[in-house]
Design a protein around this ligand. Sequence first.
Ligand SMILES: Nc1ncnc2c1ncn2[C@@H]1O[C@H](COP(=O)(O)OP(=O)(O)OP(=O)(O)O)[C@@H](O)[C@H]1O
Length: 731
Amino acid sequence: MNRSSCATYATASFLPPFDLASWQAEGAIRALDVALADFISQEVNPDDDPAQHHALWWATLLVSERNGHGHVCLDLAWALAHPEELLSGLRDERAPEAALLIRQQLQQVLATVELAQWQRWLAASPAVAVVDDETGEVDGTTDEVDDALGGEAAGAVNAAGGAPLVLSGSRLYLRRYWQYEEIIRIGIEQRLADPVTLPHVASTLLAGLFSEPEPADSTATIDWQQVACALAARQRFAVMTGGPGTGKTFTVLKLLALVQGLSLLTQGQAAVIRLAAPTGKAAARLNESISQQVGRLQLPEVAGLERSHWLATIPHEVSTLHRLLGARPDSRHFRHHAAAPLPVDWVVVDEASMVDVEMMASLMQALPAQARLILLGDQDQLASVEAGSVLGDLCRDARDGHYTPATCDWLYTMTGIEIPAAYRDVQGRPLHQAITMLRHSRRFAADGGISQLARLVNEGRRLPEAPPVSDRLQAVLALFDEKRTDEKRTDEKRSAQSSADIDCLKVTAASDRLFQRWIVAAYQPYLRAMNELRPPMDAPAQAFDEWALALFERRSRFQLLAALRRGEWGVEGLNELIRQWLHQAGLLSEPWALWYPGRPVLVTANDYALGLMNGDIGVCLALPVDERDGSRVTRLRVAFPDGQGGVRWVLPSRLQATETVFAMTVHKSQGSEFLHTALVLPDRVNPVLTRELIYTGITRAGARFSLIYSRDDVLGAALNQAVVRVSGLRF
Ligand SMILES: Nc1ncnc2c1ncn2[C@@H]1O[C@H](COP(=O)(O)OP(=O)(O)OP(=O)(O)O)[C@@H](O)[C@H]1O
């Protein structure tokens, strides 16, 4: 059944489709979605019942559309109840009438079918494997568990046979996504079912490592860092979640010290621990943070442990997950997998919110059954660009703890910490016992604007019908107002941070003069430094390295973030505009060349040959080069930090994947921090504008955050909109 023949049928259900070319042209669906729906309904479904064909065709089209927007599966019940929330790629603002028509057409199609009937049609198709929603068993058959992670996952996954789609309750998956979820679920459940019995000395080590307790949070006197460390030490799978600066790295370092101390004492040798992060940038940042913090780590005096040897066993090299698993060029398969597992005892993954469901499944498969996995991340940040929101799914209940009496007793025995009633739950599930939320930020004062703003944005719950100007919007605007007033009140008592660390700028358009002046002022220190600090032509190479290092520092003091990629408010439009403004201000020359001195560039794909990672930022500079005839001329080179405090100069022509980065998308900024971060919102409501996006933007700021926006209703809508990623990861 293809879509042209689809149109010839007028069955009682799934009435004919429409001009799908316009659906594609308006971004509602991709060519890939249609091709997949055609292929599966034609090739795998020989039945000639037209209604069933239509049911399968539309289901496949929509599950593929959902995957394209980060959802792991399509929830049929949700789709029937909220058809207006499907087709997220529709460019409503560009062609509102066309978009409205397409939405109405989809609603017309879905209005003709009932959930139970849709499920029955799908279940009857050979293209669909039905699995038990609760147990994951296929078609009610018993467990086909066998060997390697192997084991259960491989059994269940293979049991879904060759069917390209999997139906689990009302969730429909493309088979590989269902497999990823199963692999993750089973990998975690197996680990949770097998906690470790810690030797008695663990308690002594913990007490020594946490002799200076974390300051109490406002609600209870709990050293959550020690709780996190203790829980992670006894589980084969654990998560430490928390906002920026809450001490995830600090705590994991103590966990590593504990693990190595125990391993040296009980096994006589160190455990094999690998640290990883999803992007090169995040890996480099963790590397730097761990290296700094290892130097300050106070190891206690423990009989049988020689402190310098103990310290030397704590790893600080961080690799990307791709590198850890052994990425192969042009393949989604890795060198390490269930049959060739990683030679490790522990793996720690930072910035886990950025890890998608496919990568998490690959990691889980590559771990030996006994190996332990620790995830660190901020559950409130944007989820991965690719499908899935694994960390968010795992940490759904983290705020309230849900520790069982058994866990609380164990924690008390081990650490002397009493978990207050608010975080206890007699019905807490095994996963809850492996998750700790760190709640006290060391980076921002609790009464500082950045902390308060991040909290306010986060508190939002998804409202069923978000009013255009909500209470939350008023609260956010009031906070900016209060801070502005604070700034003027120099005489009254106020903490240094609570004054001017947040501000907002309301503009009329992207080309607004006010915005222009603001942006030019923000980039001026960096570009002035480029001209004023430039060494003379005959200066030694080291002087130019120092110049570049000074410019990296100046450039990282300010970063403009945008929610969108395209359009005048997207990074593409903004980068062009900013370049023109900086040229008009006399800060940039050669405004029309692709490469020009002062151009900041973002690397957008790992380049192992050049040693550059996705997320690295460099600056293009005019560097003196000696010609063969002995003369000195200037040539453009792009300077990147080399990770060891030095500079690497690269020919622009060697850079394959880079973009200008006066403005950067919030998505790309994940895993980075800038002293002053400004977030600019577009002038139209857009589905990508969510409170996770705003929260991620705010928390990139090291010392100051500015919000630039033009319409209250757009800001209000963003504050009321949450990222909801459909998945089946439940524990
Ligand atoms: N209990 C503590 N005692 C002293 N210093 C601490 C403590 N916890 C954290 N810090 C310090 O606070 C700073 C922030 O901690 P850390 O980098 O571990 O946070 P994080 O949650 O990993 O932050 P992010 O992920 O946002 O980078 C670090 O300088 C760290 O050394």
